[in-house]
Design a protein around this ligand. Structure first.
Ligand code: WT7
Length: 635
């Protein structure tokens, strides 16, 4: 057994070993990392509570694995290459040595500002190297980071800060994204009105937007760095962490209620992020690896920061968006840095595809060796466009299926090793035991079948709890099917045993690769003064994958429907963030409900999809006539 899988035979051997002897398998993988103290036991688990403990008793610090251990032979190798939103602003390179220095200094800034091991720190920053520094500095001194994506509203941030009882916020005056400036600090100011737990706000200078700096609470990043430098606090010994100490919280939407804080821990997450990064992308020393995600999402955590750095890779971080200043930006970046691996999302591929080949044709993409896709099902058309026009039919495409809760990639081809099939995530990684189950929770065996996707054995990167509410974790993931982790996804297994993820089977929609709970959007819509009730469903959207379709009952049917729609959209933006804004709002006078008062979303979903002929049985509805009206007025 070896860490690196080099052939399909290696894969099969590793897979078999991982099922037959999981503890031996993962112990061997883990031995390729640096531990202050080795584990007493590789795995202890039950999916009842659930309790999942990997590498029990081991001591480590993930940043010693991501930074210190590379200083011997990679000190001057670029760890992070940063490309600005503005193509004329000079790029930045941080070598492993420089990144190590910056992380150490900033970890001392955190300590100097009263942060202690186990404290929660909210990070709301633009995609600049200091974001990676802030994340790693937390990990180095033992604080638990909770990164919030820059597109969330003040209310969403406040909810997350309160849920985790964060003591500190790290932000910037503002951020650049395409042609827009995002007033990050102003948004934080609005959020903090509700958050007495926050004692300190550290503010990085980025946009020079005028902002308020509140005495006794707000401090500048640059001043704080100068302070610790003056004190001579240049080194920061990494805090010794238990393998199961919490590393970070990342909030994600589910089918009910407010977003939940998915908790990942130090040891297992590190092993899983590193192992999957290395093997899925088949990274070679010196390669330039570019993941286009934002660090505000799990993809950025695992595959911009932790996975690549644990493996000593060069990770490229891009501040901007794929279409600014034009739809050739990704290709300019590939060309400029001779990128070898590009990992992006189907929504970006579809949008660039629509912009046409003029933006691709003069770009030198010959450095590319591996292409990746993540976040949502990739349709065949987009897959082929990516393959032909970007990979020039010469680069394997890894369609990687996973989730915030899984910590790392689960089902995917291994680049250049697994035979690919358009829009199939193909085969499970070693250590991953997927099962398809029917409605009754029975495992569906054999091939050419479909069902709900579950995982029946633990893996090191999996969710440990939902912050502050373990019961919610059990309810959400472990209660639907006995002794299995339920993913929320539907899936088919074809004649070759290949997996194809067909999309969520719960009330979660996936808009441009972002997970949004329908209940959350409904709650936000219902906050608008004149709304009585609403129901939100997803519908197929050409670029975004899914769009948000809202059916809304107003108290006083408006004489200016357009304005009412805009008001509701603004309300949702305010409450959740622009990413949750409905694409379509249809005003209705009633919703299809069962006699017990439950909204029949199945019918609304069909209508939103435009599948008006196949609504199924509507005889159980309280008032079947509302369906006719909704159908007739469909947008
Ligand atoms: C949901 C998880 C983890 C990456 C970013 C999204 C969907 C993710 C794929 C894929 C089909 C996919 C699933 C999953 N999804 N990757 N390759 N093919 N669907 O993380 O926000 O936690 O969302 O994204 O529906 O459950 P997330």
């Amino acid at each position: 057994m070896n860490f690196q899988i080099k052939s399909i035979e290696d894969y099969q051997l590793a897979y078999k070993k991982s099922v037959d002897e999981p503890e031996e398998f993962w112990a061997e993988i883990a031995s390729h990392f640096h531990w202050r103290k080795k584990w007493d036991k590789v795995l202890e688990w039950n999916f009842e509570e659930p309790k999942i403990e990997w590498f029990k008793g081991a001591k480590l610090n993930i940043t010693e694995n991501c930074l210190d251990r590379h200083l011997a032979d990679k000190a001057d190798q670029p760890a992070i290459i940063w490309e600005s939103n503005d193509p004329t602003e000079h790029h930045r390179v941080l070598t492993y040595k420089q990144l190590h220095q910056k992380v150490s200094l900033f970890a001392n800034v955190l300590k100097n500002n009263g942060v202690r091991k186990g404290d929660r720190v909210c990070i709301y920053m633009p995609m600049v190297p200091e974001l990676a520094v802030a994340v790693l500095a937390c990990a180095r001194m033992g604080a638990i980071h909770s990164v919030v994506f820059g597109g969330f509203s003040a209310q969403s941030i406040a909810d997350r800060i309160k849920d985790a009882q964060c003591e500190m916020v790290i932000t910037a005056d503002g951020g650049f994204r395409g042609a827009k400036d995002i007033p990050l600090k102003n948004v934080i100011d609005d959020a903090l009105v509700q958050c007495p737990s926050v004692k300190t706000v550290i503010v990085l200078t980025r946009t020079r937007t005028p902002i308020s700096m509140i005495k006794g609470r707000d401090v500048w990043w640059e001043d704080e760095i100068r302070k610790v430098e003056t004190l001579g606090l240049l080194e920061c010994e990494a805090e010794e962490m238990d393998a199961e100490d919490e590393l970070f919280i990342l909030y994600t939407s589910g089918s009910t209620g407010k977003p939940k804080g998915v908790v990942h821990t130090c040891g297992g997450y590190m092993v899983y992020a590193g192992y999957t990064f290395q093997n899925v992308f088949q990274y070679n020393p010196g390669d330039v690896y570019f993941c286009t995600a934002d660090i505000g999402w799990i993809t950025g955590h695992s595959y911009i920061i932790y996975g690549p750095l644990a493996m000593g890779a060069t990770t490229l971080m891009f501040e901007g968006v794929p279409t600014y200043p034009d739809a050739g930006r990704f290709w300019d970046i590939v060309d400029k840095y001779k990128v070898n691996t590009l990992y992006t999302a189907p929504t970006a591929i579809r949008s660039l595809m629509q912009s046409g080949l003029d933006f691709v044709k003069d770009k030198d993409l010959s450095s590319l060796k591996v292409l990746g896709s993540v976040g949502e099902p990739i349709n065949e058309e987009a897959w082929h466009w990516y393959d032909e026009n970007i990979g020039k039919k010469n680069c394997p495409i890894v369609d990687t299926w996973w989730q915030t809760e899984t910590g790392g990639i689960m089902i995917t081809p291994l680049a250049g090793i697994t035979k690919t099939k358009p829009s199939f995530a193909t085969l499970p990684l070693p250590g991953i035991q997927p099962v398809l189950v029917d409605e009754k929770g029975e495992e569906i065996l054999g091939n050419n079948v479909s069902g709900n996707l579950c995982i029946k054995f633990p893996w090191p990167g999996m969710i440990r709890t939902t912050y502050g509410d373990h019961e919610r974790c059990r309810q959400n993931y472990f209660a639907t099917y006995h002794n299995m982790y339920f993913t929320g996804d539907g899936c088919l297994r074809d004649e070759d045993g290949y997996y194809r993820i067909t999309g969520r089977v719960d009330d979660v929609i996936n808009v441009s690769g972002h997970r949004i709970g329908t209940a959350e959007v409904e709650n936000a819509i219902n906050m608008f003064s004149d709304v009585i009730e609403s129901a939100v469903v997803g519908y197929p959207h050409e670029i975004k994958g899914q769009g948000i379709y809202a059916f809304v009952i107003l108290n006083h049917p408006s004489d200016d429907e357009e304005l009412a729609r805009k008001d509701i959209a603004v309300t949702v933006s305010r409450i959740i963030g622009p990413i949750a804004r409905p694409d379509k709002i249809q005003f209705v006078t009633g919703l299809p409900k069962t006699r017990s008062g439950k909204i029949m979303r199945r019918i609304l979903r069909k209508i939103a999809e435009g599948d008006l002929e196949n609504l199924g049985d509507i005889s159980t509805l309280l008032d079947p006539s509302v369906v006719e009206q909704i159908k007739n007025e469909k947008l």
